[in-house]
Ligand binder design. Structure first.
Ligand SMILES: C[S@@+](CC[C@H](N)C(=O)[O-])C[C@H]1O[C@@H](n2cnc3c(N)ncnc32)[C@H](O)[C@@H]1O
Length: 289
């Protein structure tokens, strides 16, 4: 008989990072074609982003490149749009400040190794054109591009190498499921669920601690990597209720519906595994008659 959902498979921290990703490619259900909501929210915050960029210290040595990194860039066009906005804004600042020579620009697109970087790179406009052409059109880019695979909860770049960090709609992804949440002996045990809506206080605290530890890892790493005078712009998901176990609205959708889908998948895998083990033991018995 298939085991109950409480016995769902738990993957280790490393495996989670290697397994999870947005849906790659350019198909109907891909992230490329299903990230308009994030695009819309990011566009509504452009004035805040530009305020933040106005505070970035401009480098007076043109031989040192100006570097931008998008952490949790995924594979859609949102990251390309934002990086373009950032670099064009900085170019305008350089020009307005009367610098004789502009630096070169580098953009680092960073995400977990399982991200579909191939699709992202196919969407990149080509490099080159005059500065005027780059400023006027989206078919050219005025920066060198590189992908950086890895978790943003650890170091990704050399010390003091990045001028602007941007990260949107990504920091709510924890690095791992807190261990106590899957420990049946713990008061924080969440009965095999993958969301905390309606969970007890211990479960909520376990998730809070994980978030705090993850965010500390993120900020510590960035503090080493950021150049003096650099800036960071973070967009994080929040909830309207102060109660951490009230996921409300979209949280409920992403919680309960995913829970049902997850349970179905787990049951399917368990049943398939059960059927194949029954078949192989029957074959084994037949071979030994
Ligand atoms: C909802 S997407 C957001 C993509 C993009 N920033 C946007 O605004 O459309 C969240 C991204 O965060 C990435 N992510 C999650 N945890 C991460 C981690 N620890 N390190 C790096 N990227 C991570 C996911 O792989 C995913 O591509």
């Amino acid at each position: 008989m298939a085991p109950p959902p409480e016995d769902n498979v738990v993957v280790s921290q490393l495996k989670l990072e290697k397994l999870l990703s947005m849906k790659g490619g350019k198909g109907e259900s891909s992230y490329v074609n299903n990230s308009q909501a994030q695009a819309q929210h990011a566009r509504s915050m452009l004035h805040l982003l530009k305020d933040c960029l106005d505070g970035v210290q401009l480098n007076r040595q043109p031989e040192v490149p100006f570097t931008v990194a998008d952490l949790g860039c995924s594979c859609g066009s949102n990251t390309l749009y934002i990086v373009d906005v950032i670099i064009k804004h900085i170019i305008k600042r350089y020009e307005a400040s009367g610098f004789a020579e502009l630096p070169e620009f580098s953009a680092f697109f960073s995400d977990l190794p399982s991200n579909d970087f191939n699709t992202l790179f196919q969407l990149l406009p080509s490099y080159g054109g005059s500065m005027e052409e780059c400023l006027a059109s989206d078919s050219h880019r005025s920066y060198f591009a590189a992908g950086v695979p890895g978790s943003f909860y650890r170091r990704l770049f050399p010390a003091k190498s990045i001028d602007v960090f941007y990260s949107a709609f990504s920091l709510h992804w924890l690095s791992q499921v807190p261990e106590v949440v899957v420990d049946k002996r713990s008061t924080a045990y969440n009965k095999g669920k993958i969301f905390i809506h309606g969970a007890n206080e211990s479960t909520a605290n376990a998730y809070r601690k994980q978030f705090q530890a993850d965010l500390a890892g993120f900020l510590t790493s960035r503090s080493v990597e950021m150049k003096r005078g650099g800036s960071m712009f973070l967009v994080c998901l929040g909830r309207t209720s102060p109660d951490p176990t009230d996921q409300g609205g979209a949280g409920l959708l992403f919680g309960t519906d995913f829970q049902d889908a997850w349970n179905d998948l787990v049951q399917e895998v368990i049943i398939i595994a059960y059927i194949s083990s029954t078949i192989s033991s029957s074959v084994y018995s037949l071979m030994h008659i």
